[in-house]
Design a binder for this molecule. Structure first.
Ligand code: GRF
Length: 201
């Protein structure tokens, strides 16, 4: 079975959507472990409710970001992880992890990249006045919210949207997009060709 590690720092709704779709038989994979940097993350509770192993690596327990990343790699290596999913993981993933899992780390971002990378993608889109925003699943590379794009979904931005209403509209799409991307990767249908991704059909 295709083995996933999900990294999450907070609420964990994207993690939950993957778990629910695995349990429904819609995603051909298994979550091996949920890793968090935040002992208070609700994602940890969700994992426990579903009988999924958890591990916490607090950044303050390591001297550098690199050492923190290395500790996670050392923990994951013996587990035979096929794909690492950043689902609301609020830390920048560095070389040790990316080198150990080349083209095997994906992220979900709440905007249509390359627009509005970084924090608060929904707020940035609203402030810019775009008519459409959405979400992006992409491979992670050394730059933030930058790697090859796997899937995107667009939503309209309404005139009276607040950050909350727009975020909710985007989140609904996130919950479909990330499991779809995981399924395609698990099925071997995702090929990285330089900056671009080809989906085999
Ligand atoms: C999502 O909006 C995701 O796109 C962003 O962080 C948020 C995480 O939400 N990277 P959740 O923890 O999955 O509910």
């Amino acid at each position: 079975m295709f083995r996933l590690c999900v990294l999450a720092s907070g609420r964990g709704s994207n993690f939950a959507s993957i778990v629910e779709k695995i349990e429904a038989g819609e995603v051909p994979a298994v979550v091996d472990v949920l890793v968090s940097d935040n002992p208070q993350a609700r994602a940890l509770e969700i994992a426990r409710q579903h009988g999924i192993e958890t591990a916490v690596f607090r950044r303050e327990d390591y001297p550098t970001n690199k050492a923190h990343n290395q500790a996670i790699v050392d923990f994951l290596k013996p587990r035979g992880i096929d794909l690492i999913i950043l689902a609301g993981y609020m830390r920048i993933v560095k070389a040790p992890l990316l080198e150990a899992y080349p083209n095997r780390v994906i992220n979900i971002h709440p905007a249509l990249l390359p627009s509005f990378p970084g924090l608060e993608g929904q707020k940035q889109a609203l402030e810019w006045g775009v008519r459409y925003s959405g979400c992006t699943v992409h491979f992670v590379d050394a730059e933030v919210d930058h790697g090859p794009i796997i899937l995107q979904a667009a939503v309209p931005v309404e005139q009276d949207d607040t950050v909350e209403t727009l975020s909710a509209r985007i989140l609904k799409e996130e919950h479909k997009l990330l499991p779809r991307a995981v399924t395609l990767i698990a099925q071997g249908k995702v090929v990285v060709e330089g900056r671009k991704v080809r989906i085999l059909i």
